[in-house]
Every structure is written in structure tokens, then in C-alpha cells.
Design a protein around this ligand. Structure first.
Ligand SMILES: Cc1cc2nc3c(=O)[nH]c(=O)nc-3n(C[C@H](O)[C@H](O)[C@H](O)COP(=O)(O)OP(=O)(O)OC[C@H]3O[C@@H](n4cnc5c(N)ncnc54)[C@H](O)[C@@H]3O)c2cc1C
Length: 387
């Protein structure tokens, strides 16, 4: 059930749903149990052109906007899948499309659109600085026609299933810049080449089946032509990507939220205890209904964030608020769903516990709820900066 039964994007919804139907619950359950990568699923999405949604038609993509991309992500999660396996390509793409040079766009975009290359990784977070991104310690020092990278990253996802990564590093030391957001740059890193010449990858075992890694850079040399945009302006560029990321992850949470409320409603209608369906009890109904209300509201904020982003207008506030609302709503829906299922919510074969783990991530990554509230307090309400 959704109030957006039929919207302007029904064709996209129908097509993505049809593809997802070929990958039923059992498929995603097995991938999760085996801690495997959904290679066939990502391949099918790529072949169908969905992974190239944001690439302009001139470079072989579909030339769609963030709104359409958000529908794709929503439908994957709504069908029981986990977009986390492949969403990186969507939001990383815009960084390259909007800030890459014409030569970089020509070099990479058609090959990404065809599926020959994957751009699934973005390296920002570092172990000693966490959310305090401007303090990153990874450096990129220009030496002739190369940059030499040294430092460390943590929680960098899909590295082992990507050919390319967008990397944020400091090119001017923090004490030599006017503003702390200046002096950082972003680069395209060829992952296989880097692994052979100075980048070490150590996987991090974690709660979800989400391939994520520690990265160590020891004099990794990359061609200077891999710098995206202007040196020193990388933080500004990465924010464009982060707004897209937050909006798309909001859409995934919305998809999860509908999955949870659909499953909870079905089970509450079918399960009979004390001689009546459990869903006849308001104590069971209300948490599901409340979660549904919150998902619908989050979805509206998601559309607003997409609208602004697609119009190339500032969307930071809306992207953050959509992510906050959607992550909260999907988590409430997950709780309602597991509670409605009673003991069966814990059984792997119902998939509720898997989706429960998957959606929990989004209160922490890619930005924690506290940091969103801090953004709203400072940048929207004008309260004093707390850090
Ligand atoms: C599975 C997974 C995949 C990820 N993938 C990627 C990726 O591909 N690329 C990438 O760059 N990063 C990735 N991340 C990192 C993710 O973006 C960070 O974990 C997240 O931004 C939080 O940073 P942190 O873990 O360093 O927490 P910290 O910054 O150490 O914060 C810890 C806690 O303290 C709170 N906190 C900190 N400071 C304040 C404050 N001033 N006020 C209030 N509360 C505060 C935070 O809200 C948080 O709850 C991933 C993380 C996970 C778990």
C-alpha cells in the first residue's frame, strides 16, 4: 500500500519491479547468509540501464534526474533487495558529471554506462577524524605530473566490486588555508592499479552484508589528470555528491519502510491469535499505521530534495531532512514489523531480521542523525555552532 499508487514515474516503477521480481526473497536471503555480493542482480540492473540513469544521453546513459534515480533505489528496497550493494554508482556519478572535465567525462562515462567499468566507491571517512571531515589527514602532494597519496580511510564500501573510486585528500595543509573547507581535492582512483602500487585494502566484518573496508595509502601515485575540478575545491564538490547520496538513501529507507509496513500488514491480517487476526487489535495496528504516516511524509521531503537538486538549486537542507525523516521512519517501520511478527520476526526465512539490520545502518551512515540535527540547528535555525 502507498498513496503514490500511480505517479508520474509509474513506468519506471513497473520496469524496476519487473526486474526485481526475478530476484525473489530467497535470492537476497542466500546472498546475505553467504556474505556474498549480489553480482547477478547488479549485472541485471546495469544491463537494463538503471545503473546509468544519471549519465547524460550524450555519454551513453539515460539522462534521468535524481528524482527518477530515487524511484529506482526505492523500488529495489521495496522489493526486498538492498540498494547498498550498488547505490554508490548513482551518487558518485553526479560528482563526475557535474565537476569532471570534458576529457574525464569522455574517458569514463560511456564505459560506466555500458557496464564495462563500475564507479561504486567513495573514500571520505577516516579513522581518527570521523565526521569531522575537514580534519582529514590523508594527503595528496603534487610531484610533476603525479599526485602522491599517503594516509588512511575507513568504512570505504564496495571497493572490491568497483573499478573506480572517488577519493578525498588534503592538498594544502589545514594551517595554510583561509577556511578549513578549502585545500581538499578529489581524485578518480583506478582501484586495481592502486592495489598493485600503494593501496592496501582490509575488509571490515560488520553487522550487515555490506562490503566495506579499511584503506591504507603508502606513496600511492596517481596521474595529475585524475584530479576532478580545481585543486583545493574538492570538499565543495563532494558536498554535491553527498546531497545526492543523502537523498537517494532517503529513497531507499522509504522503500524499506513500505516493505516493512506491507509485510507487517499482511502478517497482521493473516495471523490469528485469541480467535481473531492480530491486526484487529489497535495495539498492533497503530505502530504500523504510525510508521506508514511517517514514510509518506518522508517521501514528500525526498521529492522536494530531488526537485531542487535536479533544478541545480541548493538542496542541502532538504536532502538532510529527507534522510533524517526517512531513516527514522524506516527504523520505526522495522520495529513495528518485527514486533508484529512476534517470534517469527527473528526467523531468517521471513527476511524481517535481515531488512531490520540493513535499515538500521541509515541512522549512522552516510551521516548520523545527530549531525543532521546539528546542521539544521546551525544552518537553518541560526543557532550557535557547537563544534
Ligand atoms: C557499513 C558502512 C558503510 C560506510 N561506507 C562508507 C563509504 O563508502 N565511504 C565513506 O567515506 N564512509 C563510509 N562510511 C562511514 C560513515 O559515513 C560514518 O561511519 C559516519 O559518517 C559516522 O562517522 P563515524 O563512524 O566516524 O562516527 P563519529 O564521527 O566518530 O561519531 C560517533 C557518534 O558520535 C556522534 N557525534 C560525533 N560528534 C558529535 C557532535 N558534535 N554532536 C553530536 N553527536 C556527535 C555521531 O552522531 C555518532 O553517532 C560507512 C559506514 C558504515 C558503518
Amino acid at each position: 500500500m502507498t498513496l503514490h499508487q500511480s505517479d508520474d514515474y509509474q513506468d519506471i516503477r513497473d520496469a524496476v519491479r519487473a526486474l526485481c521480481a526475478e530476484f525473489p526473497d530467497e535470492y537476497h536471503r542466500k546472498i546475505d547468509a553467504d556474505r556474498a555480493y549480489p553480482e547477478d542482480f547488479v549485472e541485471a540492473l546495469t544491463k537494463a540501464g538503471w545503473m546509468a540513469a544519471l549519465i547524460p544521453e550524450a555519454y551513453g546513459g539515460s539522462g534521468l534526474g535524481l528524482t527518477e534515480a530515487s524511484i529506482i533505489m526505492e523500488e529495489i528496497n521495496r522489493a526486498g533487495g538492498n540498494s547498498g550493494a550498488c547505490h554508490g554508482q548513482m551518487y558518485n556519478m553526479n560528482t563526475l558529471v557535474r565537476h569532471g572535465s570534458e576529457a574525464q567525462r569522455q574517458k569514463y562515462l560511456p564505459r560506466i554506462a555500458s557496464g564495462e567499468l563500475r564507479l561504486q566507491s567513495m573514500g571520505v571517512t577516516e579513522p581518527t577524524t570521523g565526521t569531522d571531515t575537514t580534519k582529514i589527514k590523508t594527503t595528496a602532494v603534487r610531484k610533476g605530473d603525479r599526485y602522491v597519496i599517503n594516509g588512511q580511510k575507513v568504512w570505504i564500501s564496495r571497493v572490491q566490486h568497483s573499478d573506480l573510486m572517488i577519493l578525498l585528500a588534503r592538498t594544502t595543509p589545514l594551517d595554510q588555508v583561509r577556511k578549513k573547507s578549502e585545500g581538499m581535492s578529489i581524485f578518480i582512483v583506478d582501484i586495481k592499479q592502486a592495489m598493485a602500487s600503494g593501496m592496501e585494502v582490509k575488509p571490515i566484518a560488520n553487522m550487515v552484508n555490506h562490503e566495506t573496508n579499511e584503506l591504507f595509502f603508502d606513496n600511492l601515485e596517481i596521474p595529475a589528470e585524475n584530479l576532478i575540478g580545481e585543486e583545493g575545491q574538492g570538499f565543495k564538490y563532494i558536498l554535491t555528491g553527498l546531497n545526492a547520496e543523502r537523498t537517494l538513501i532517503a529513497a531507499e529507507c522509504i522503500g524499506d519502510g513500505y516493505w516493512f509496513t506491507d509485510r507487517a500488514t499482511t502478517y497482521a491480517n493473516e495471523r490469528v491469535v485469541f480467535g481473531r487476526p492480530i491486526g484487529q487489535n489497535q495495539g498492533v495496528q497503530f505502530p504500523i499505521a504510525e510508521a506508514f504516516v511517517e514514510i509518506e511524509a518522508a517521501s514528500l521531503m525526498r521529492y522536494e530534495a530531488c526537485r531542487l537538486y535536479d533544478a541545480q538549486q541548493p538542496s542541502g537542507a532538504q536532502a538532510n531532512m529527507a534522510k533524517y525523516l526517512a531513516a527514522k521512519a524506516s527504523w520505526e517501520a522495522a520495529n513495528a514489523c518485527i514486533q508484529t511478527h512476534g517470534g517469527f520476526g527473528f526467523a531468517n526465512e521471513y527476511d524481517v531480521e535481515r531488512k531490520f539490520r540493513e535499515t538500521r545502518l541509515y541512522q549512522v551512515a552516510p551521516i548520523s542523525t545527530n549531525l543532521i540535527l546539528s546542521y539544521v540547528a546551525e544552518h537553518i535555525l541560526g543557532l550557535p555552532r557547537s563544534f
